[in-house]
Design a protein around this ligand. Structure first.
Ligand code: 5GP
Length: 193
């Protein structure tokens, strides 16, 4: 998505070898016009699916997920993060290793908000090693709901998340696909084509 790629070039900061900071429009300050455009783009990409619910993880997934929900006119549920694993009968839960924080988070969703009739679109801000998405997928499985696809704002194609999801035959649509960071600059996958 051209608009997003331009914004990443303008405002993204490369940290170390493999982290992109986008707190100017996505992870801290949020640009609602850009979020709305991305929500519409997800709707276009998954228009043939009968999505009944959008699932994400707090906190960075919430803004893009809500705008996607607005485009599909379906509810948005975000998994909550906890430090300790306290299993409860009324919750679905999973353990997720956080790539940026290097800690295990436990995520959970109330059984009230996800059931076997749901056809789910997962939305997240980044796809790196795929742990966050895998956690949501295991919750969807536990609920007996149907996964319709995964929508990602920024995919880092050099990490293993995409491969994991492709192997499972999941439709993954990323609005920006980063091939590499070179000298502190972002290189998109199709940039030189
Ligand atoms: P994964 O679970 O795919 O390894 O990592 C995805 C999660 O880690 C995302 O939900 C996001 O919060 C965080 N993350 C991974 N890579 C980056 C990055 O380069 N920049 C930022 N800001 N967050 C990232």
């Amino acid at each position: 998505m051209r608009l997003l790629e331009e914004r990443i070039k303008k405002d993204g900061q490369v940290l170390g070898q493999d982290v992109l900071k986008v707190d100017n429009f996505l992870n801290h300050q949020v640009d609602p016009d850009l979020m709305a455009a991305m929500g519409e783009e997800f709707q276009r990409l998954f228009k043939d699916k009968k999505i009944t619910k959008i699932l994400t993880v707090e906190s960075s997934g919430i803004a893009p997920a809500v705008f996607a929900g607005l485009s599909f006119h379906v509810p948005v549920v975000f998994a909550r993060k906890h430090k300790s694993l306290t299993l409860q009968d009324n919750m679905y839960s999973a353990t997720v290793y956080s790539y940026t924080k290097k800690v295990n988070n436990h995520i959970s969703i109330s059984k009230k908000f996800l059931n076997a009739d749901d056809r789910v679109l997962v939305i997240d801000d980044f796809l790196a090693n795929g742990q966050a998405v895998e956690g949501l997928l295991s919750i969807i499985e536990e609920a007996g709901a149907q996964l319709e696809g995964v929508g990602i704002i920024i995919e880092k194609t050099f990490q293993k998340g995409r491969e994991l999801l492709d192997q499972r035959g999941i439709q993954v649509e990323s609005l920006a696909r980063i091939a590499a960071f070179e000298d502190g600059q972002v290189v998109f996958l199709d940039e030189n084509k």
